[in-house]
Ligand binder design. Structure first.
Ligand code: AMP
Ligand code: MG
Length: 360
């Protein structure tokens, strides 16, 4: 399977699996030719291939299709643990499920929460400060107003936006240990929860003796360790223009998050409205970027910062990445693929017909 198909497969909603269920496929890589019919050599190759046998599973969680892969002896165990963990995190962090801990916090407005919910809230608040509020987990009233929480899209009135903006502002939220005070705000962790899940996936992979693990959590990639044999993972960066890829990256031990207007949107009156809200205006971000990708060891950081970079647009993003040493790939409206913070070192291939490589 090429890196391109590997990435795009999880993006397409053509999967047979139903929400909340998983399918597991054992993939065999035993391609032998007549050349290998000498018996001792055959046995040798057979045992080598067994070691790198790959298991994969597909689940629907956190409102997206996810694909998990693992190689080697403990692969099955790893996938089982990872699936359970992702569903567990969904039950904690969903803003829309009445069963979730976050939902209860949003209803009550304050109180003691589990250490894990407290942790992701604290990290979100810190990254909101770091990004000057471009990443703001308190945009929920705006998301609801635009219909992004329930898929009932509409263009709200200016008055509606102004009223919702009154209830947005992460700086008003406090988290002291496990005590959280929302101060009239509501939280939506959609811009960071998949990053948290990617970090947990990496943790489970590190504890396992499996020969390598990889997850595509709806566009949030976790390339845990390396491929069997120490080879880096090849990851295709989806083209924001549609099907196909903009670049192929060669990575190990990192998370990669991409945010873009093309991921979720609706059209009204000939205009496109997407799901990444500019907290300073209450409208979908008028970004001059088609997508923003962040490569980092921390999934939470990559996820939140890619959302923020998309909101900031090219100039502010480039400045932010230079100042903070962020490794990022920005795809601009004029079809440049701008590498920052050494991201060019991960590039294996750029779709040169469409995008011009720039290193900034
Ligand atoms: P991502 O796909 O990681 O860029 O995150 C987009 C999701 O994050 C949206 O579907 C919302 O749930 C949430 N979101 C939208 N705008 C923002 C924002 N400015 N800051 C934080 N989260 C946001
Ligand atoms: Mg994000």
């Amino acid at each position: 399977m090429t890196a391109k198909t590997l990435y795009i497969k999880a993006q397409k909603e053509k999967h047979g699996t139903l929400p909340g269920t998983s399918g597991r496929v054992r993939c065999a890589f035993f391609r032998f030719s007549l050349l290998f019919s000498i018996i001792p050599l055959f046995l040798c190759l057979f045992s080598a291939c067994r070691k790198s046998a790959q298991l994969s599973s597909e689940i629907y969680a956190m409102d997206t299709y996810m694909e998990l892969k693992a190689y080697g002896g403990e692969a099955e165990d790893l996938l089982e643990k990872a699936e359970k963990e992702i569903f567990r995190l969904e039950r904690l962090f969903s803003a829309t499920s009445a069963e979730s801990e976050l939902y209860r916090l949003n209803l009550s407005g304050s109180g003691a929460v589990s250490p894990e919910l407290a942790e992701i809230i604290s990290v979100s608040l810190a990254l909101s400060r770091k990004t000057g509020g471009a990443f703001d987990p308190s945009v929920r009233p705006l998301l609801r107003l635009w219909g992004f929480t329930e898929d009932e899209f509409r263009v709200p009135s200016e008055a509606g936006i102004a009223a919702a903006l009154e209830r947005v502002g992460a700086e008003r939220i406090s988290a002291d240990g496990t005590e959280v005070l929302l101060n009239g705000c509501e939280l939506d962790l959609g811009g960071i929860a998949k990053g948290y899940a990617a970090d947990r996936f990496a943790g489970i992979a590190a504890e396992s003796l499996c020969g390598g693990a990889f997850a595509n959590l709806g566009g949030m990639i976790c390339a845990a360790g390396t491929k069997p044999g120490g080879e880096p993972w090849r990851v295709a960066l989806q083209s924001p223009l549609g099907e196909g890829y903009a670049a192929v990256l060669s990575v190990s031990n990192v998370c990669i998050s991409t945010s873009g207007a093309y991921q979720r949107f609706f059209e009204s009156g000939g205009k496109r409205y997407h799901h990444i809200i500019d907290p300073s205006t209450g409208f979908p971000a008028e970004s001059d970027l088609l997508s923003a990708t962040v490569i980092d060891e921390s999934g939470c950081f990559a996820d939140a910062v890619s959302t923020a970079l998309f909101v900031m647009g090219e100039d502010a993003s480039a400045k932010f990445c230079r100042q903070n040493g962020v490794c990022a790939i920005l795809i601009t409206e004029d079809m440049r693929l701008l590498c920052l913070g050494g991201a060019e070192n991960f590039l294996e291939e750029v779709s040169g017909e469409t995008f011009t490589l720039c290193i900034g």
